[in-house]
Design a binder for this molecule. Sequence first.
Ligand SMILES: Cc1cc2nc3c(=O)[nH]c(=O)nc-3n(C[C@H](O)[C@H](O)[C@H](O)COP(=O)(O)OP(=O)(O)OC[C@H]3O[C@@H](n4cnc5c(N)ncnc54)[C@H](O)[C@@H]3O)c2cc1C
Length: 254
Amino acid sequence: MIEQPIMVRIFDITKESPGVKTLFFKSKLNFEPGQFIMVWIPLLDEKPFTISYFQEELAGISVLKKGLFTNALHNMKKGDKLGIRGPYGRGFSIPKTLNSCVVGGGIGMASLATLTERLGNVTIVQGTKTASEIIYRERFKNMNICTEDGSIGFKGTTVDLFAELLKKQSFQRVYACGPEKMMYRIFELCNSRYIECEVSLDRYIKCGFGVCGQCDCSGQRICIDGPVFPSNELSNMKDFGKTLILKNGKRAYC
Ligand SMILES: Cc1cc2nc3c(=O)[nH]c(=O)nc-3n(C[C@H](O)[C@H](O)[C@H](O)COP(=O)(O)OP(=O)(O)OC[C@H]3O[C@@H](n4cnc5c(N)ncnc54)[C@H](O)[C@@H]3O)c2cc1C
């Protein structure tokens, strides 16, 4: 694990959708699917991102354009430098023999991408608001796609599509990443059918290594105890699906 940021050069950039770019850099990170790195732009900020591609010495982060930091990442060019430290946290468990399903909502699919590759034969659900937001269509050709406006695939949310799949397929383990309300409902559906579920929680992360407490969720620090949590732990986290702590320290509803 890299404790202090090291500077890497952007080796390549690909456009995954109008709002998502993947920035590739050369790195020998010892990375497990579901872990994250802290990305530093000097004089601006440092923020958490999942490694969404990892092949030999080339790693990539897929970035959804939102605010100041992600806009700055989108404006970067090949050869520009970034600071990275990590990887941090607990990733997904990977028992290859289980019949599994991954459910990605929006940019949540980035956290599930390397897991999906590791699992190999896995059912994939990806959902977005509209067709143009779907990512990795060439990478994962067998995805079950849904959109809220019905512009491609099943019309509805990932929860709706997952519930439909459950009528005809059974799974031993389900992995989810996306908006917290979505993950909560997937977790509930899994619980009602005794299916193991793991979700990657998203909280405001400042330090990344467990000292500041900003990313607390019911006494668990997302950055080192998570970001991935299994069903049995989620069942005891009363803030899951309900409340989070904002950047300013105030509690808010998810
Ligand atoms: C473990 C983890 C992995 C993540 N992986 C990815 C990824 O692979 N791709 C991706 O596009 N995004 C990822 N994110 C979210 C990403 O960190 C934020 O979208 C980004 O920091 C937004 O910064 P901004 O300045 O552009 O937007 P802002 O305007 O500052 O924030 C927009 C929203 O992004 C979230 N956010 C902002 N800062 C942080 C922070 N320090 N920690 C957590 N959330 C924050 C908040 O929900 C906020 O409302 C991940 C978050 C976590 C916790």
